[in-house]
Design a protein around this ligand. Structure first.
Ligand SMILES: Cc1ncc(COP(=O)(O)O)c(C=O)c1O
Length: 392
């Protein structure tokens, strides 16, 4: 069996990658070690590299067709990985999950309609709603000592006749919860009773740690299946986000027709020549690589949590159940979010995502992306510790 070298440090500087090359633009300083945007500092599985090289070697990059294999690869993957059997017809191709959220908002809601999000949450959940002139309804998660749960009572109490959709982040970015069957059933029961469409962003669904299981919400019952549009992508799983390719899955023919109408109007559904090759390689040939990646990610999470517990106890953090994101609570150390931000950039020289961008519940928090070689993660943690010790 091939052993992949996730410990290898690969220089990404000056490759046009946002995580490293946009550091000065984003943090106002070049001297910042990046742990922000959600991609990984690991090389993609060789099968993907070979598929892309084969395309590149051909030398002609004209308009391409998207064959059945592309859709079947997604069908194959969700069945093999999540025991979810989907029909080929349910699957639509899209250039990313965020574009798909925008598309679904336009297809199923009208300006002024209300859309629920469960905060703190991935920042584009806010901006997709605002940019489309819909109303954000916040259903904040309950934080019990760093363990986050859905507030079902609050959720139901916020629903009005104008509430049309819920954006579900499953698993949840940034709090790292892998929602249980019971939680998903409870949530979908509320949505079914009020006829609220579930837009399930399951982009992190393959990044699940020991003892947890991702359940596609749509797989729970035929009724929930009809109510849900699921977005998946190999982009996080296989570190190919720069190829911009994802899938929207919905069993309801009417919903698909509406989505297709908007897609046609925007000429939205063509698959990029390189992306198609990479997605097929990822889904058909990437499982063994992923099975080695997951323990590496999980041990990075454990390492970070143990290091923080031992050396920086002022920061509170729980090991996530999935994703490669840790949600760090600095509130004991910093009362002012602006001071935390300045501290991380100027004193610690690390680039984390500012917690306030995930909603007001994120004040005093920062999100750490630990999908990098252990040595790099360690360097970031050492920098934070040294800067905190230097403040004392
Ligand atoms: C929950 C979630 N949804 C969507 C995305 C981005 O998706 P895409 O690049 O396909 O638009 C991310 C990236 O971090 C994410 O965390």
């Amino acid at each position: 069996m091939t052993g992949y070298r996730f410990d290898e440090v690969i220089n990404r500087l000056n490759t046009g990658c946002r995580k490293w090359d946009a550091v000065e633009e984003v943090f106002g300083s070049k001297d910042v070690l990046p742990f922000w945007i959600a991609d990984m500092d690991f090389a993609a599985v060789p099968a993907i590299q070979q598929a892309l090289q084969a395309k590149a070697n051909h030398g002609i990059y004209g308009y391409n067709t998207v064959g059945a294999n592309f859709y079947e690869s997604a069908q194959y993957w969700v069945k093999a990985r999540h025991q979810w059997e989907i029909d080929r017809e349910w699957i639509l191709s899209a250039p990313g999950v965020v574009p798909s959220i925008n598309l679904a908002i336009q297809a199923f809601t009208a300006p002024g309609d209300e859309i629920i999000i469960q905060t703190p949450v991935y920042p584009p959940f806010f901006s997709c709603i605002v940019k489309n002139k819909r109303q954000i309804i916040e259903n904040p998660l309950i934080n019990s000592n760093g363990y986050y749960e859905i507030d079902f009572e609050d959720l139901e109490s916020k629903i009005t006749p104008r509430t049309k959709m819920l954006l579900l982040c499953s698993p949840h970015n940034p709090v790292g919860r892998v929602w249980t069957k019971e939680e998903l059933l409870h949530l979908s029961d509320i949505c079914l009773r009020h006829n609220i469409i579930i837009l399930a962003d399951e982009i992190h669904s393959d990044l699940i740690f020991k003892g947890h299981k991702h359940i596609p919400v749509a797989s729970l019952s035929p009724e929930i299946n009809q109510l849900t549009i699921t977005c998946i992508s190999p982009s996080k799983t296989f570190n190919i986000a720069g190829l911009y390719s994802s899938f929207m899955i919905t069993a309801d023919q009417e919903k698909r027709d509406l989505l297709c109408q908007v897609m046609d109007a925007l000429d939205f559904s063509k698959g990029n020549l390189f992306a198609v090759a990479a997605v097929e390689a990822a889904y058909y040939e990437g499982a063994a690589w992923l099975d080695q990646l997951l323990p590496y990610l999980e041990s990075n999470a454990e390492y970070a949590v143990a290091y923080i517990g031992k050396h920086i106890p002022g920061i509170k953090v729980k090991k996530p159940e999935g994703t490669y994101l840790a949600w760090l609570d600095f509130r004991e150390l910093f009362q002012e979010p602006a001071l935390l931000k300045e501290f991380l950039i100027k004193k610690a020289r690390v680039g984390l995502n500012d917690g306030t961008t995930f909603g007001k519940q994120g004040a005093g928090f920062a999100r750490l992306n630990f999908a990098c070689p252990r040595s790099q993660l360690n360097e970031g943690l050492v920098r934070i510790k040294a800067a905190i010790d230097g403040q004392k």
